[in-house]
Design a protein around this ligand. Structure first.
Ligand code: DGL
Length: 269
């Protein structure tokens, strides 16, 4: 029995779909979410900057929460810093979220898939390595979409159905023009638009994401490590604000109501 929390970490709200799924399926587990809005967006930062940011954030989390497992609920942080963090904190299990390129390459019939993510993620050699390993003869089309990250972080909650649909269309048009039949959502923020992506991509483009796969991975690490807890869990939502006028625009409405809608208690850092 291990009552320590599982911590989910992202630059903003992007990791929430993963955190929400895990919390719903594991009501006996304590869960902490950290939105590092002070350093948002991670996608425009260099690998070195991300190592500095995460190398400082993780020890802070460890002293605050003593987590039993940390989920980097952010593709950008995962492709850039996962191995560094594992080396630096060898006793702390980490789960990363990386674009689901492998299933998309195994599933493609046209031999072309797109990966939609931040600049940092789609340019990372990790994507090219996966392409070489599982996609001989196939083409991976990298599409950097920092404006879609901003849309989800700042605008999604206020946008109507038509606006949410409209923002996706240019990416899907580009993939259709290239003859792609698979789209990997390689940024956790895009999970907020999963339904819209699926609806607009059908019937010719399959959308790949990893919420269920990652949740199962966390669950099996807890099972295998004897790290399970049952009962009296707590749920905490930290947001690190920058103090800047626009950087802290609340979503959706005040941070307080976002945390409450998830059943988490808010603490501003
Ligand atoms: N949600 C993050 C990801 O999965 C990145 C967003 C950002 O901060 O640029 O890549």
């Amino acid at each position: 029995m291990d009552k320590r929390p599982v911590v989910f970490l992202d630059s903003g709200i992007g990791g929430i779909p993963y955190c929400r799924e895990f919390a719903a399926r594991n009501p006996g587990e304590s869960v902490v979410y950290l939105a590092d809005r002070r350093n948002f967006p991670y996608g425009g930062r260099s690998r070195g900057e991300l190592l500095d940011i995460l190398g400082a954030l993780v020890p802070d989390l460890v002293s605050r929460e003593d987590p039993k497992l940390v989920v980097l609920a952010c593709n950008t942080a995962s492709v850039s810093a996962l191995s560094f963090l594992r080396e630096r904190f060898p006793r702390l299990p980490f789960v990363g979220t990386v674009p689901a390129v492998k299933p998309a390459l195994l599933g493609t019939k046209t031999g072309r898939i797109g990966v939609l993510g931040t600049d940092r993620t789609v340019r990372d050699p990790y994507i090219a390595e996966l392409a070489a390993a599982y996609g001989a003869g196939s083409q991976v089309i990298p599409i950097a979409a920092p404006e879609l990250v901003d849309f989800v972080e700042y605008r999604y909650a206020l946008a109507g159905e038509e606006e949410r649909r409209r923002v996706l269309i240019p990416y899907l048009e580009r993939l259709r023009a290239a003859g792609a039949d698979g789209l990997v959502l390689g940024c956790t923020h895009f999970l907020f638009l999963l339904e819209e992506f699926r609806r607009e991509a059908a019937p010719d483009i399959t959308v790949y994401e990893s919420v269920e796969g990652i949740t199962r991975r966390i669950e099996s690490l807890l099972d295998e490590g004897g790290l399970r807890s049952a009962g009296l869990p707590f749920r905490r939502f930290y947001v690190r604000l920058s103090g800047g006028p626009e950087g802290d625009a609340p979503f959706p409405g005040p941070w307080e109501s976002l945390a409450r809608s998830l059943g988490f208690e808010l603490e501003i850092l």
